[in-house]
Design a protein around this ligand. Structure first.
Ligand SMILES: Cc1cc2nc3c(=O)[nH]c(=O)nc-3n(C[C@H](O)[C@H](O)[C@H](O)COP(=O)(O)O)c2cc1C
Length: 158
C-alpha cells in the first residue's frame, strides 16, 4: 500500500502490532533488533525524505523503523553472526508487525531503500542500522492482488 488516509491508528492496535514481534526467539538469544515507533509529523517527513521523498511515509499516521544492532553478535559469535543475527531479528520483527497490522485490517508497505544516515537521527539511534521502514495506517485504496510468480521459480527439490 502506498497511499494512506490521515485516520489515526488506535493506541491499543499499535500496541498489539508492537507486541507481535517475537522477543523470545532471537538469533543467539541476543535480542539485537530495536523498533522505533515514529508518530511525530516532522519525523515522518524526515523519513519520507530519507527514502527519496516518498509521500506515503509522511502520509501514514505511524511509521515503524526496524533497526539492527549488528555489533552485538560479533563479540560472542564472530564475524558470520555479525552480518546476520541482528538483520535476521530485525527482519523477523518487521514481518510479524506487518502480519499483525494486516490482521487488524490495516495497510502497510515495506520500504528498504533509504539513506541510513538520515534515518538514524530521526530515531536517535546512533550506531544501529535501519533495516526496514513500515508505514502503518488505513489504506486509501484496495489494490488488486498481485501475482506471486510460480512456486517452482523459488523452489529446489533434491
Ligand atoms: C525487503 C523489501 C524491501 C522493499 N523495499 C521497498 C522500497 O524501498 N520501496 C517500495 O516502494 N517498495 C519496497 N518493497 C516492496 C516491493 O517493491 C514489493 O513487495 C514488490 O514490488 C512486489 O509487489 P507487491 O508486494 O505489491 O506484490 C520492498 C519489499 C521488500 C520485501
Amino acid at each position: 500500500m502506498r497511499a494512506f488516509t490521515e485516520r489515526p491508528v488506535a493506541p491499543a492496535v499499535v500496541e498489539r502490532i508492537l507486541h507481535a514481534a517475537p522477543r523470545d526467539s532471537s538469533a543467539g538469544n541476543l535480542r539485537s533488533s530495536l523498533i522505533c515507533f515514529v508518530r511525530e509529523p516532522h519525523r515522518r517527513a524526515r523519513l519520507a525524505a530519507a527514502a527519496g521523498d516518498v509521500p506515503f511515509l509522511a502520509g501514514a499516521p505511524v511509521d515503524l523503523v526496524f533497526l539492527a544492532d549488528t555489533g552485538r553478535a560479533l563479540a560472542t559469535y564472530g564475524p558470520r553472526a555479525r552480518a546476520r543475527y541482528a538483520l535476521e531479528d530485525a527482519t523477523l520483527a518487521a514481518a510479524f508487525a506487518v502480519l499483525e497490522a494486516v490482521d487488524e485490517g490495516l495497510a502497510t508497505a515495506w520500504v528498504g531503500a533509504f539513506e541510513d544516515e538520515t534515518v538514524r537521527p530521526v530515531c536517535e539511534t546512533p550506531g544501529l542500522d535501519p533495516i526496514a521502514i513500515v508505514p502503518v495506517g488505513h489504506g486509501r485504496e484496495r489494490p488488486p492482488p498481485t501475482s506471486r510468480g510460480p512456486l517452482d521459480e523459488v523452489l529446489r527439490e533434491r
